[in-house]
Every structure is written in C-alpha cells, then in structure tokens.
Design a protein around this ligand. Structure first.
Ligand code: RIB
Length: 297
C-alpha cells in the first residue's frame, strides 16, 4: 500500500449544469444544481485513497458548515486529517463550476486554502519523510508549495508538482520537482513560454521530468529514461463531467509510480478516463479494481 501525502486545497464545488456557457452579461436557465466535494488537493487525495493508498492530507478548512462536510467526506475516504487545520476566522474554499457539454468553467475562492503555510508543511515532516510520494498543486500559497518541494527533496521522497491553476514558476522550483504534471497551457505558463509552442518542444525545455496531460488524447511523458516525449493514448469513454480528471490522473500517478513511469502513466490515463463518466470531481474516481478492469478490455 503506497503512502501518499497531499499538500493542497479543499473546496466545496457549487456545480451548475447548463446547455452551454453564458456570454458576458447573459442569463441562462440551467438544468441542475448540486454541491460536490472538491479542491485539487482533496481530489488528488481521494483519487489516491480510492486506488488503495494510505493517504495523509495537509490543508486548511473553515469552521463553517462546508468545512464540516468536507472534513467528514475526507475522513470517510480514510484520509488522515491530523494536518488539516480548522480556522475559526475564515471560511472554507469554494469553487463555482459550470458544466456544459462535458466541459467546465471554474472560479475558485481560496478562503482558508490561502492560509496553508510553510510552518504547517514543516509540521507534517514525519508524514512526508515516510511517504512514497508527495503531491502538491497551486491552489495554496506559493511559499507553502516551495516548502513542500524543498522538504520532500531533503527527505528524498519523490514529489509531483501539478502546476494548476496555471502560473509562471521560478525555474529553480521546477528543478526541485521529481515530476511536473501540467496540461499544455499550464506548461507554457509555468515556463513563461509562448502558448503556440509545440508541446513536445515545451516538454524538452522543462528542467525536470514532465508528464503532460492531453485530455481524451491521453498523456505524454519525458524523463531521463525517455529523453524524447513518449505517448500514452487515452481510453475512450462517454464524458459526462471532466471536472477532476486531471486530479484523478495525478492521484493515480503517485499511487502507481513505483511500477515505473510508463505503467504509472497508463494506469493514470485509465483512472482519469473512468473519472469523467460521472458527475462531480470525486463522483467517478475509480477503485484499483475498476482501473484493472478497464485495462483488461
Ligand atoms: O480540478 C478540479 C477542482 O478545481 C475542482 O474540484 C475545484 O474545486 C477546483 O479546485
């Protein structure tokens, strides 16, 4: 059972289903509204836990009703929450999500997530030192992200940096990541490169191994063993909601990393494909058994 630590955000997703995305100033009638547990960090933690990993989360929630629900949801998934703080003077993070024709648009209000600190990461040193892999994203303050990268490196634990939402990052940090897991837009932004640059060229420019996700087209990877970008095709499914597909990919990648990068990327693509077949970021996240069944087909 791999041990995974996730340092990241926890959000309540406020999801509206619509026939299409509204234009500026336009009002549309949607067909359904639901609240669903989300946040890139929490999603990656849940994805890894469903796949059988022992998962600990480092994050922050408010003492509000959303915070109670999100905390209980993560606990139900068996995720260790000793390093999730509850803040009395801040609300929990939220994300307003519109889903139309299987695609999504998201606005995140970080709230408590903006208070995740380097000290909190340091306090989780023992859990990080014992982990088989650490996952971190960019919905928490950058000093906490940097502290995570440096601590994982110091403890010799592989650290996956999922650079989402897109931000330009110091080259020095990228070197600290054992794996960078962007989509094309996130990689161009992280490197400060032209968006039109071919994604394989961007992958060659990155100063660390890269696993680049391409939605239904699957993923590409490049590391020391595969210096030229290699392709893993996506798995064909009927997409209902792509929210959280990237998070499922990241959680699975961390869980299966010990099998080698090609095998881990293949399983991560399968897990991500399964995740889009149900509504909500965490709704379709599969078990290891479901991933194996898809791969056997
Ligand atoms: O990656 C999907 C997630 O992004 C959603 O669950 C939402 O909370 C935002 O953080």
């Amino acid at each position: 059972m791999p041990r995974i630590v996730v340092v990241g955000s926890i959000n309540m997703d406020l999801v509206t289903l619509a026939p299409r995305f509204p234009g500026p100033g336009e009002t549309l009638l949607g067909s359904r509204f639901l609240t669903a547990h989300g946040g890139k960090g929490a999603n990656q933690a849940v994805a890894a836990a469903r796949l059988g990993a022992e998962v600990a989360m480092v994050g922050a929630l408010g003492c509000d009703a959303f915070g109670d629900q999100l905390h209980a949801g993560l606990a139900r998934e068996g995720i260790a929450l000793d390093h999730v703080v509850r803040l009395a003077d801040e609300g929990s993070g939220s994300a307003s999500i519109t889903v139309a024709a299987g695609e999504n648009q998201i606005i995140v209000v970080p709230a408590a997530n903006a208070r995740v600190s380097p000290a909190q990461v340091e306090a989780a040193r023992d859990a990080i030192a014992r982990a088989d892999a650490v996952l971190v994203q960019l919905e928490i303050p950058l000093d906490a992200v940097e502290a995570t990268l440096r601590l994982a490196r110091r403890e010799n634990v592989p650290v996956i940096l999922n650079p989402a939402p897109a931000q330009k990052l110091p080259a020095e940090w990228l070197k600290l990541a054992s794996y960078l897991t962007p989509n094309q837009h996130e990689l161009a932004t992280a490197l400060g490169a032209d968006e039109q640059t071919d994604f394989r060229e961007l992958m060659r420019r990155a100063p660390c191994p890269v696993v680049l996700t391409r939605g239904s087209e699957g993923a590409w990877y490049r590391d020391d063993v595969h210096p030229e970008p290699a392709h893993q095709a996506g798995f064909k499914v009927d997409a209902i909601d792509t929210t959280g597909a990237g998070d499922t990919f990241n959680g699975a990648l961390a869980v299966f990393l010990h099998e080698g990068l090609p095998a881990a990327v293949r399983k991560a693509c399968a897990a991500a494909a399964l995740s889009v077949t149900k509504l909500g970021a965490q709704g379709g996240m599969p078990s290891a058994h479901e991933v194996v069944a898809l791969l056997a087909h």
